[in-house]
Every structure is written in C-alpha cells, then in structure tokens.
Design a protein around this ligand. Sequence first.
Ligand code: AR6
Length: 168
Amino acid sequence: MKTRLHAIRADITGLSVDAVVNAANSSLLGGGGVDGAIHRAAGPELVHECRLLGGCKTGDAKITKGYRLPARFIIHTVGPVWRGGVNGEADLLASCYRKSLMLANEYGARTVAFPSISTGIYGYPIERAAQVAVDAVRAALEETSVIAEVTFCCFSDEDLAIYRSVLG
Ligand code: AR6
C-alpha cells in the first residue's frame, strides 16, 4: 500500500484525522504553542489522562484519547530543544516521528497529522526539521501497515512552502 504524504496549512486542532500529534514537553501536562491549542480544544479531561502517563522522554511518544477534538487519538511526543545541532537533535527529532507512527499503527489510525515538531518554542531551524521529518516518516512507513495518509500540518505559509519543497 502506498501511503500519501502531503503538507497543508491549518490549525491542527480542527483536522478530521484519526490521530493528531502534539509537540508536547516531558511533563505532558500542557504548555504553549500547539500543545496549548490542543489542550484548550480537547478540553480538561485530556490533562486528567495525561497525568496518568508519568511524563514522556525526549524522542518518545505516548497516546491518549482525543476528547473534544475531531481526532480519535492524540499522540504526544517530545521534540528536542535546538542546541546548535551537535547534541543529537536530528536523531531525537526523527525518533519523535518514528515512535508516533508506530503508536498510530498499533492503534489502527489510518490518517495521521503532525505539526512541525520542535520548530516553535524549541527553536529547531525549520528547513532542517522539515527534511528530518519527511525522511523519518518515509523510513517509518516501511514498517507500518495501516497508515494510509500522513499530513504535515503547517501553521504558516512560509513553513508550508518549505515542507512542499522537501516533499518534492
Ligand atoms: N496547529 C498547527 N500548528 C501549530 C499550532 C496549531 N494550532 N499552534 C502552533 N503551531 P511549538 P515546539 C506550530 O512551539 O517547538 C510548548 O510549550 C508552530 O507555529 O508549539 O516543539 C510545549 O509544551 C510551530 O511551527 O512546539 C513545549 O514546552 C510548531 O507548531 C514546547 O512548546 C511547533 O511549535 C515545544 O516546542
């Protein structure tokens, strides 16, 4: 099966996909950026479930229900903080995409949307992050069977142009 990869500009909280990915922090208890938007839109029950998860390591991912989102699941992953690129950032970022897709596959999510992990508050340069994201998703899809569509959900036209050029 050939999985469709595409990039759009949208607010990820409104997407009708099986799973949306959240760019969280290791507490999993909410924050700013896309994390704050997802928690606000999903409602207060989300943080109750997150409290039971015991946090999440950088590069790892955990799954919850989607609550008031159109998405059935939220996959919470913790991207690396950019520290110049020589501290394992690319491997950790790739791991976020890979672990998120493995969880989506395990839970039967056919359609998955990612925000541009680490490129906001965590400072990862967008061009580099987009290349890591696309490469990691393509590689992980070799090991999944149920995922039919992956959406890169960009928040600005500039980010969208970069993702589209990386996707080719
Ligand atoms: N839909 C899609 N993308 C969004 C949305 C949205 N509603 N809101 C923001 N973005 P960031 P990070 C984009 O900062 O860099 C939080 O406090 C945003 O423009 O959300 O991984 C967490 O709790 C950018 O392109 O995540 C962590 O502490 C992308 O989402 C920390 O921020 C990621 O930006 C994580 O930082």
